[in-house]
Design a binder for this molecule. Structure first.
Ligand SMILES: O=CC(=O)O
Length: 320
């Protein structure tokens, strides 16, 4: 009998066909609508494998309803949506999709940094709203990117890829990480800093650390008070790492100059969120890895991880 799997969002036919060669597949057929919790709970009960998105909360309650589940294959590199300890205690493998999205997410991180520094969205709206009546010396002036100091908080694969882009702009690069990365310091000529020192010295502070209980609200009121009035915060990691209320106040009080955010504490971001009322915040709907090529590679890798686990082989990217 073929293993049973459930896919929590419509994936492209090619990937689904590949999974169907080895498995009995059911899928939530919607692309833009999340699977309701009660349907997911029901579908997860009998399956051997679950291929899910970062939008699904795979918690202890859900895992406790499953009878045959062997693997949760997350189509994302971040896995804060999954209770890793609960999965481990039940002997359920959890996999993710690192590597394939590194360069694409670094592209978006740098795009967001540049868009925020040079007020690109605000300037485009200015023109479209008919406000452009003349050229004037200080109109829509932003911050220079070239020669500025970039502080990277969380030095993993994406951080390294961002550094390579920043070097093309002659930026000075400092980083903070739980463990120092001497090889990267040597290879890329970047300098380690304590978090407070990094916040004090950076013109652009870029959050790229995983979201865990230790990094929850890592950047909050105290941290914003250390930053320069001209500095820009960029977050393309997870919303919960930055205390959004503190960020709002820091921007209002002009403790920092602007923020570029691809991720939020609550996603989708409610339209009445106070951050959306500020002109110096660039907001994106969690599109870090959203290139056609990369999203297809992520789906392939999530499928490969799932197939390996349900056919008793070791997947390439095991979290636990
Ligand atoms: O945010 C996206 C991911 O973790 O892959």
């Amino acid at each position: 009998m073929k293993p049973k799997v459930y896919i929590t969002r419509k994936l492209n036919d090619r990937v689904v066909k590949k999974i169907e060669e080895a498995c009995e597949v059911k899928m939530w057929e919607e692309e833009e609508v999340e699977i309701p919790r009660e349907i997911l709970m029901k579908e997860a009960q009998e399956v051997d494998g679950l291929l899910c998105m970062l939008t699904e909360n795979i918690d202890d309650e859900l895992l406790s309803c499953t009878r045959n589940l062997k693997v949760v294959s997350n189509m994302a590199v971040g896995y804060n949506n999954i209770d890793i300890t609960a999965a481990k205690n039940r002997g359920i493998t959890v996999t993710n999709t690192p590597g394939v999205l590194t360069e694409t997410t670094a592209d978006l991180t740098f795009t967001l940094l540049m868009a925020t520094a040079r007020r690109i969205v605000e300037s485009s709206d200015y023109l479209r709203k008919g406000k452009w009546e003349t050229w004037s010396p200080m109109q829509l002036t932003g911050q220079d990117i070239h020669g500025a100091t970039l502080g990277i908080i969380g030095m993993g694969r994406i951080g390294e890829a961002v550094i390579k882009r920043a070097k093309g702009f002659d930026m000075n690069i400092i980083y903070h990480n739980r463990n120092r990365k001497y090889d990267i310091e040597e290879e890329l000529g970047v300098v380690y800093a304590g978090l407070d020192e990094l916040l004090r010295d950076s013109d652009f502070a870029c959050v790229l650390t995983p979201y865990t209980s230790e990094t929850h609200h890592l950047i909050s009121e105290r941290e914003f008070s250390l930053m320069k009035e001209t500095s820009v915060l960029i977050n393309t990691a997870r919303g919960g790492i930055v205390d959004e209320e503190a960020l709002y106040h820091a921007l209002k009080k002009k403790e920092i100059w602007a923020a570029g955010l691809d991720v939020f504490e609550q996603e989708p971001l409610p339209l009445d969120h106070p951050l959306l009322a500020l002109p110096n915040v660039v907001t994106l709907p969690h599109i870090g890895s959203a290139s056609i090529q990369t999203r297809l590679k992520m789906a392939d890798l999530a499928a490969e991880n799932l197939l390996r686990a349900v056919t008793k082989q070791t997947p390439e990217h095991v979290v636990v």
